[in-house]
Design a protein around this ligand. Structure first.
Ligand SMILES: C[S@@+](CC[C@H](N)C(=O)[O-])C[C@H]1O[C@@H](n2cnc3c(N)ncnc32)[C@H](O)[C@@H]1O
Ligand code: SF4
Length: 394
């Protein structure tokens, strides 16, 4: 049957179920926060025109490889992209538009730190095409902001938020919980306060002590007293689910909450395993080409990335084809983070069977559901998602 798509074509087109996005990594910050292990660096002088030329070259390279795509999202992440000159941001957006037509409802997000330096630029970012801001508020308590090494106060954070609301239709912010000396009563109060100002989206991350960070080193030496234990942290997670749901912003991913319809389209591309082109130091991408689905990874050190783009016209340090079982595994691990879970048929299109006996056991324990062709973690299962995933992939 000539019109029947071949199984290979179905796999080449699999990304369409998730959409297509561009990630732009800006690797610089005004100061390094002691908990953060993102690829972020403090640099005195940044030659923005030079960086822009490199981003443009990378976007043009990827555009030539991925013709005919429609772009659903652009995300400026970091680092602190709100330290980019608005002209740089606008020019990157234009470079993307020159390669790929924009979807009518394209989401263009910029991560911002809420200091007065950045809020002065919000209007200019909006004029340049940014339509969503994700702010790193982290805490609504000045002592804790200081302990987290943040360079803004609660008052500054709130002022930044108000300006963001005036400039962008969609505004999200990040909070970190399970901080030193934080108990459930404090967290419940703080989250309720936060939700009173939230627009449509909130990310609440449990503090992770990452090796190689200042907090990691302090923790290893027995410092960083007063961190909530695992049981209290787990209760804080449940508190978060309950309070956000009651405020009309239910969880749609382990750490993310939104009014229905206001979910981050960009992150949905990752979790639903669409394709994303990635530019900038350390950025990871996924590209479906006629000869397979490729994982890309850019040079992590900012200077190395810039030099590679300028000298060789390619900032990537790795490009690796994914096997069908890699793809199935990645789809399982990413999509199960979502409340909607995964499409079983999509998973099976890549090969391996699900261990149906274990699925049945997990259903019996009330940890997952399987219905309407989807497998999803339940509210009881989500806090122990890692254990569920281990069970499913072992
Ligand atoms: C790339 S960072 C933030 C962007 C922006 N530079 C800022 O700090 O506001 C994304 C978010 O990850 C979260 N985060 C970073 N490190 C974390 C950690 N060790 N534990 C929990 N959350 C973390 C923070 O909430 C942060 O806002
Ligand atoms: S949390 Fe944000 S501002 Fe702080 S070091 Fe990490 S990326 Fe930079």
């Amino acid at each position: 049957m000539p019109n029947q798509p071949s199984p290979t074509a179905a796999l080449t087109d699999d990304w369409r179920a998730g959409g297509f996005a561009l990630y732009v990594h800006w690797p610089f910050c005004a100061a390094k926060c002691p908990y953060c292990d993102f690829n972020s660096h403090v640099a005195a002088n940044i030659d923005q025109p030079r960086w822009l030329a490199a981003y443009r070259a990378e976007i043009a390279r990827l555009g030539a490889e991925l013709p005919g795509r429609v772009l659903n999202s652009i995300f400026f992440g970091g680092g602190t992209p709100s330290l980019m000159a608005p002209e740089t941001v606008a020019a990157v957006i234009e470079a993307a538009r020159a390669q790929w037509p924009f979807a009518n409802d394209i989401e263009i997000t910029l991560e911002a730190n809420p200091t007065s330096i950045e809020t002065g630029r919000f209007r200019a970012y909006a004029d340049g095409g940014v339509n969503r801001v994700s702010m790193g508020m982290q805490a609504l308590n000045d002592d804790d902001l200081r302990r987290l090494g943040r360079m803004h106060s609660v008052a500054e954070g709130r002022a930044a938020f108000d300006i963001a609301r005036d400039c962008f239709t969609r505004v999200s912010f990040d909070l970190i919980y399970a901080r030193q000396d934080q108990d459930r009563v404090h967290w419940r109060r703080e989250l309720t306060e936060a939700l009173a100002m939230a627009v449509d989206h909130l990310s609440a991350y449990q503090l992770t002590i990452e090796p190689g960070t200042a907090f990691g080193a302090r923790h290893e030496k027995g410092g960083l007293k007063g961190l909530p234990d695992d049981d209290i942290s787990a209760d804080m997670y449940l508190d978060t689910q309950e309070i956000c749901a009651a405020a009309g912003m239910p969880t749609y991913e382990i750490s993310n909450h939104a009014r229905p319809g206001a979910e981050s389209r960009h992150n949905l591309v990752y979790w639903r395993q669409g394709d994303w082109a990635a530019v900038g130091p350390g950025a990871h991408g996924r590209l479906s080409l006629p000869n397979g689905r490729w994982a890309t990874e850019a040079h992590r050190a900012p200077g190395e990335w810039l030099a590679a783009v300028e000298a060789r016209g390619n900032g990537d340090s790795l490009r690796e084809v994914l096997t069908l079982s890699d793809r199935a595994m990645e789809y399982l691990l990413m999509s199960m983070r979502l409340t909607e879970g995964m499409e079983v048929a999509r998973y099976l299109a890549h090969g391996p069977e699900l261990p149906q006996g274990r699925v049945t056991d997990l259903i019996g324990l009330g940890l997952v559901t399987q219905a309407g062709g989807r497998l999803a973690a339940t509210a009881t299962g989500r806090p122990v998602l890692n254990a569920i995933l281990r069970d499913l992939v072992d």
